[in-house]
Design a protein around this ligand. Structure first.
Ligand SMILES: C[S@@+](CC[C@H](N)C(=O)[O-])C[C@H]1O[C@@H](n2cnc3c(N)ncnc32)[C@H](O)[C@@H]1O
Length: 232
């Protein structure tokens, strides 16, 4: 569902539901989140198909999230991070340090969903700054559609590597849109001592054509994977 406003600004609603197979009656059965979007602007000001898949994965694992420390990278409109925060995780949102509009979008998404006190920070992939290394301990790193530009792949994975050096048990939950059969991160995973497991969408109900009540991911092919440090 979408509320059209002015100048390309709109708010989209995403509804995450309990599946019939989930039978614990005490559980909240539904989560509704609202995400502001600015169209015709930077990549990080609207929700990409991968974000809905990752948010569904987060929702599916909501019972494990209470109190978990979560950092979303390349967050943009921040749908997965917002869902994680609504499910009780302690979330930090981040996007490119030199894209203030994307960082502002992260803040707006939090505000619109009544989640206060979520830190929003500039973090540019590959920039292994003292700020990055000073991040509090992390359990989960989220990243949806952060593998969309092959020249950035190594910066994303080297950042994940350095974060995992400090947090050896952390997991990188990441979804990506298949844009070219020739793109691969296999060599880079090997180089940066990381390993990856692909998660079939059907296992977390991420395959629905109307995921979270949206038209995303539509006809796009989206995949989900979990990256961890080798040796864990
Ligand atoms: C394709 S968009 C995906 C946005 C959001 N995660 C989603 O799936 O809806 C890529 C995001 O990565 C951010 N980004 C691009 N290059 C980056 C970099 N070098 N460092 C950090 N973030 C970057 C963009 O600002 C944008 O928010």
């Amino acid at each position: 569902m979408c509320e059209e406003e002015s100048n390309g600004f709109r708010v989209r609603q995403y509804t995450f539901g309990k599946e019939v197979s989930e039978d614990d009656e005490d559980e909240r059965s539904e989560l509704v989140v609202f995400i502001p979007e600015i169209l015709n602007s930077q990549y990080g000001t609207y929700v990409w198909p991968s974000a809905v898949v990752l948010a569904q994965y987060v929702w599916f694992h909501r019972r494990e999230l209470t109190g978990k420390k979560v950092l979303e990278i390349g967050a943009g409109a921040s749908l997965p991070g917002v869902v994680a925060a609504k499910c009780g995780a302690e979330v930090i949102l981040s996007d490119h340090a030199e894209l203030p509009q994307c960082l502002e979008n992260c803040r707006q998404s939090c505000q619109m969903n009544g989640i206060l006190g979520v830190p929003v920070t500039g973090f540019t992939w590959g920039d292994i700054s003292p700020d990055l290394l000073a991040q509090p301990p992390l359990d989960i790193i989220l990243g949806s559609d952060v593998f969309y530009e092959p020249e950035d792949f190594e910066d994303v994975l080297s950042s994940v590597y350095f974060l995992m050096e400090k947090n050896s048990k952390a997991q990188f939950w990441t979804s990506y849109q298949v844009r070219s059969a020739n793109w691969s991160i296999e060599d880079l995973l090997y180089k940066w001592d990381l390993k990856c497991v692909h998660v079939p969408l059907i296992t977390f109900h991420g395959h629905s054509p109307h995921l979270a009540g949206s038209e995303l991911p539509g006809r796009h092919t989206v995949q989900m994977m979990i990256i961890t440090a080798k040796g864990t």
